[in-house]
Design a protein around this ligand. Structure first.
Ligand SMILES: Cc1ncc(COP(=O)(O)O)c(C=O)c1O
Length: 401
């Protein structure tokens, strides 16, 4: 029998590294509540989610053709070379010529920066314009993602209420470093900033050092009346930054967007972007330029608007029939913002609706207030097939009792 062995002496096992306190200390600031997890909506029969594409509408053939063409001799260098901090000049020219004028914006190429989605543009702006102690005024309720981004830069948020004319400007802009707005379709209510409010807001800004960030992502989605021009088109001072994106009309997964601003600010942001990701992928930039230049992108926008109008009509009718206690809201955008009965708790309804295959979005996460109202919720209608809308709203009505 072999002699009994004493157990090998184990070296001291260090405890797992405490990343949480290291990162909190290093950042020295609060990023706010984590982004709400998205349900596995592709498998649900009634996905009333927002910010997702209907992949059946994606112009797959035209995009594949554009991607193939990026490798032709006349495009291959712009597609595959390291361009330093520069963007594809063809995409920038095409944006200035074929996309921005529809929003009332006349821009020279030195005023345009290509981003990896408008959230990337927002992050670059927050890093360049904000520091701990800065103040950002923004709509309440408002974009959860934008709020997180500003808080991560150490800024505090000044909530501005919203009524049927859009955001109500503060009495004075003194001490406000940045005003963040979604003036054309307010996120999340879809209210449009009225002409009178636009004028009031621009007049009150005079004499203050506030920079305005206009987030404009789906203004073409208007089902009654005309789209309003971008706020930037009414400004001659150069202090309004316009953020746009191809997430709504192509796909959010492509991560392509743009920012239009004063040339000096664009140079600074380009430098910052260059230090991190160099430039958004050259091949994607060139493919997008070819898609827009061929006229296909404009057809995609038109087709998407028509399909979304159909969905909006269907969901508005169904809501009027089954959720008669609420008002469907403005005829634009890709979601409805609904106020439930006073005793409704959207967190509870979201869970119970999911059991019936209905995904809805909670409204409380759109508020900065520490004790937000819990009787609002949002129904996105960009991915749910039109024939499922009515049965989905009927299911939801049963959950709501
Ligand atoms: C108001 C608004 N528009 C559009 C988007 C879409 O962002 P992206 O262009 O980065 O996909 C967001 C997301 O944060 C948003 O808050």
């Amino acid at each position: 029998m072999p002699p009994a062995q004493s157990p090998p002496s184990t070296p001291d096992v260090p405890p797992p590294y405490d990343w949480r306190s290291r990162l909190t200390a290093a950042a020295g600031r609060d990023g706010g509540a984590p982004e709400t997890p998205r349900p596995d909506w592709q498998r649900l029969p009634y996905p009333f989610v927002t910010g997702q594409p209907d992949v059946r509408e994606f112009p797959a053939r035209a995009w594949a053709r554009a991607l193939r063409d990026t490798l032709l001799p006349q495009h291959i260098h712009e597609s595959l070379d390291d361009r330093g901090a520069a963007d594809d000049p063809l995409l920038v020219r095409t944006l200035c010529r074929d996309v921005l004028p529809a929003r009332g914006i006349t821009a020279t190429p030195d005023r345009v920066l290509i981003t990896m989605g408008s959230r990337h543009g927002l992050r670059l702006l927050a890093e360049a314009l904000l520091a701990p102690g800065s103040t950002v005024a923004m709509e309440e309720p408002g974009s959860q993602e934008a709020r997180r981004c500003f808080r991560a830069s150490g800024a505090s948020i000044l909530p501005l209420s919203v009524d049927e004319d859009g955001v109500r400007p503060p009495e004075s802009f003194a001490g406000i470093d940045v005003l963040y707005l979604t003036p054309n379709h307010h996120n999340p209510t879809n209210v449009t900033l009225s002409d009178a409010r636009r004028r009031e807001l621009l007049a009150r800004l005079v004499g203050h050092d506030t920079i305005v960030i206009e987030h404009d992502s789906d203004s073409e989605l208007r089902y009654l009346g005309e789209s309003t021009p971008a706020l930037q088109s009414a400004d001659s001072s150069g202090r309004i930054v316009h953020l746009g994106s191809f997430s709504e009309f192509l796909a959010p997964g492509l991560r392509l967007g743009y920012l239009v601003a004063d040339a000096e600010l664009v140079t600074e942001l380009r430098d910052r972007r260059g230090a991190g990701l160099v430039h958004p992928p050259g091949q994607l930039q060139r493919a997008l330029a070819l898609l827009i230049g061929s006229g296909e992108y404009q057809r995609v926008v038109l087709r998407h608007c028509l399909r979304m109008r159909r969905r909006w009509e269907e969901i508005s009718d169904a809501v009027a029939e089954y959720l008669a206690w609420t008002r469907p809201g403005p005829a634009c955008g890709s979601s409805l913002w609904l106020r439930g009965p006073d005793d409704m708790d959207c967190r509870d309804v979201q869970v119970r609706a999911l059991y019936r295959g209905v995904a809805i979005e909670r409204g409380d996460v759109c508020f900065a207030a520490p004790a937000p109202p819990v009787n609002y919720f949002r129904l996105g209608f960009s991915v749910i097939p039109v024939e499922r809308i009515r049965p989905g709203i009927r299911e939801l009505a049963e959950v709501l009792g």
